[in-house]
Design a protein around this ligand. Structure first.
Ligand code: KIV
Length: 275
């Protein structure tokens, strides 16, 4: 008999059971060594975000990232992390053309080692979400500030301010949920709206600049570690400050998220931008 020890990977069912007891902690990650560090620290979910275009590849947006890039980093992460649920981000241009090309690209990412794919967008993506879920691919939506639409938004700006925009975002969340998505990232959205989406949908909601009421939270790993230069969005917290190691910083983030201590009011957005 083999003495090989086997860590079972978390399932969506496990995540729902955990979420009934505490908040879920998610981080982005792009390589095997950090994936092993996050796994040992107890992270629940790892996202191979297309943020890799900015923090790994040095681009000024996520738009240049390809399916091959995300598949490569997903395979690296999957080799390093045994327990966390792994989500691969579908990059710009890989899913917007319709359900069939989206499905084919999602298969590449699932075969690289993810258990779910994430796509940006709302009601306009419902048919694509439904097509993928019905064919065995769990989907995480992403609404609010969707960075692949930076050129439409005119910058990385808070989304969902004002009654019309808020109603559209709520309808988007419902449409993606009704199409079969199990999870939803809500990014840079006024706190009251994000809270409403978290409370009024059955989705596992993951906030980033959203609300502490979400089922869980995500940060870009480099932001958590204070790596990089330039102005940081409001939702970023450098957990390495005051910690004596990367491991300690990651563990503090996980503990703070799980206990509902992060995000604080200083990390979320008000309904109006103020004077
Ligand atoms: O690409 C990414 O890292 C993301 C997170 C910010 C949610 O989409």
């Amino acid at each position: 008999m083999s003495s090989h020890s086997f860590t079972p990977r978390l399932t969506l069912l496990d995540l729902r059971k955990l979420a009934a007891k505490r908040k879920l902690a998610m981080l982005t990650c792009y390589d095997a060594s950090f994936a092993a560090t996050l796994d040992a620290a107890g992270i629940d979910i790892i996202l191979i975000g297309d943020s890799l275009g900015m923090v790994v590849q040095g681009h000024d947006s996520t738009l240049p990232v390809t399916v091959a890039d995300v598949a490569y980093h997903t395979a690296c992460v999957a080799r390093g992390a045994a327990r966390p649920w792994i989500i691969a981000d579908m990059p710009f241009g890989s899913f917007q053309a319709g359900p069939e090309p989206a499905f084919a690209n999602a298969v590449t990412l699932m075969q690289a080692g993810s258990q779910m794919v994430k796509i940006e967008g709302g009601a306009e993506m419902a048919a694509t979400v439904e097509f993928m879920v019905r064919r065995g691919i769990p989907v995480c939506g992403h609404i609010g500030l969707t960075p692949q639409s930076v050129n439409v938004f005119g910058g990385y700006r808070v989304q969902g301010r004002g009654a019309d925009a808020a109603a559209r975002l709520l309808a988007d969340a419902r449409a993606v949920q009704d199409a079969g998505a199990a999870m939803m990232v809500i990014e840079a959205t006024p706190e009251p709206l994000a809270r409403r989406i978290a409370e009024e949908t059955a989705l596992i909601t993951i906030g980033i600049g959203a609300s502490a009421a979400c089922t869980g939270q995500v940060l870009v790993l480099h932001d958590l570690l204070g790596v990089g230069v330039g102005k940081r969005p409001r939702f970023v917290k450098n957990f390495l400050q005051g910690a004596d190691s990367i491991d300690a910083a990651v563990r503090t983030y996980i503990a703070d998220v799980q206990a509902g201590r992060f995000p604080g009011s200083e990390h979320v957005y008000a309904e109006s931008a103020g004077p």
